[in-house]
Design a protein around this ligand. Sequence first.
Ligand SMILES: [Zn+2]
Length: 75
Amino acid sequence: MSDLSEELRIPKPCPDCGSQRVRVSQVHNPDDKVFCASCGTYVCLYADVARMREEGASSEAEELLEQASNKGMKK
Ligand SMILES: [Zn+2]
């Protein structure tokens, strides 16, 4: 089997071809780069994919993240 990666559908489209299908490593390392399943363009890190999928399930998580990043933007 050559199944070391899997395809996922994410809210963020590929910057090159607009596909929302990406190929990710089965290891699911947050630092793994995620590539478009169609054209192979780098889309984002797996950590971003994981976050986007969680946000898709619940917008509450997005709000919490926003609050957290606002705190981090202290002058
Ligand atoms: Zn693409």
